[in-house]
Design a protein around this ligand. Structure first.
Ligand code: ATR
Length: 272
């Protein structure tokens, strides 16, 4: 029987992960089975049963990333720092928790910009999505990170928590310094409702790239917002990050790293 993997979530019907992992498996000639697993209740029980029945690994999506963090027998440093787990690996009767979201983002940013070395980053939002990417961004060599959030106190809490990793500052949207930021990343969930973070639009003027972690068929509200205020700015949705985190999970499970570029291209074509 083929090794079995799933993505746990609720809802999970629209998850692209099975499609992505199927393409990875074809590309790398790995024989695996990967399916959606809707969990409506009792995530700890359902996930443990999956592994006891022979499951080799799982991705975890909303709303279970924190529960997966609590459930894991051991955690990688990046999962520990994020306080959230998106990848479970079952080995010798133990569940290992990791978080590949940040690696997925860094990978995509690097493929669009080249190196992230010395880049000044503005990160909008202070939820789980923001926490997961901070250490990978510093590890990629960024010069500084300013984190801004609608609820200012949450941005400050994060800045304190990650102070040891690099130069980090925090504010509300109204008090973002008028500095130059090379990359502006939206980690808020505002695009889901067609909304945008209420930042000073001059900030887009000097930026190279406006990146939205959210993705959909059409350009997201944040991408449209950025382009409207700087016709030359590069804009990107988070599809590459999604494929990148999947590639990193696949590597943890199978020991081979798929090439994400053809997979991103194919998904974009399928969505269009
Ligand atoms: P999670 O931890 O699951 O990522 P969350 O804690 O609800 O979810 O975080 C969502 C992020 O999106 C937060 O930064 C939130 O801002 P607040 O902390 O002020 O709530 C942000 N967010 C959601 N909708 C937004 C909107 N319409 N405009 C700006 N920020 C928004």
């Amino acid at each position: 029987m083929e090794d079995r993997y799933v993505v746990f979530g609720n809802p999970v019907k629209h998850s692209l992960s099975p499609r992505i992992h199927k393409m990875f498996a074809e590309q790398t000639k790995q024989k695996i089975e990967y399916e959606r697993f809707l969990v409506e209740e009792d995530f700890p029980g359902k996930s443990k049963n999956f592994f006891l029945a022979g499951g080799k690994g799982a991705n975890v999506t909303l709303p279970y990333k924190e529960e997966a963090f609590k459930l894991a027998d051991s955690l990688s440093e990046r999962a520990q720092a994020a306080g959230a787990v998106n990848t479970l690996i079952y080995k010798e009767g133990k569940i290992l928790g990791d978080n590949t979201d940040g690696a997925g983002l860094v990978n995509d940013l690097e493929s669009q910009l080249g190196s992230l070395k010395d880049k000044r980053i503005l990160l909008l939002g202070a939820g789980g999505a923001a926490k997961g990417v901070i250490i990978p961004l510093f590890n990629a060599g960024i010069a500084s990170l300013h984190i801004a959030n609608r609820t200012e106190s949450k941005a400050h809490d994060i800045a304190v928590r990650f102070a040891n990793y690099g130069k980090i500052a925090a504010s509300g949207y109204d008090d973002i310094p008028n500095d130059i930021f090379d990359v502006i990343i939206n980690s808020t969930s505002s695009s889901i409702s067609g909304d945008v973070p209420a930042i000073n639009t001059d900030l887009f003027f000097n930026a190279q790239l406006a990146y939205d972690m959210f993705y959909q068929k059409e350009p997201t509200s944040f991408m449209v917002f950025a382009s409207r205020h700087n016709a030359d700015i590069k804009v990107s949705d988070g599809l590459g990050m999604l494929v990148g985190q999947a590639a990193e999970s696949f590597f943890l499970w199978r020991g081979v790293k798929p090439d994400i570029k053809p997979v991103i291209r194919k998904l974009k074509a399928e969505m269009a």
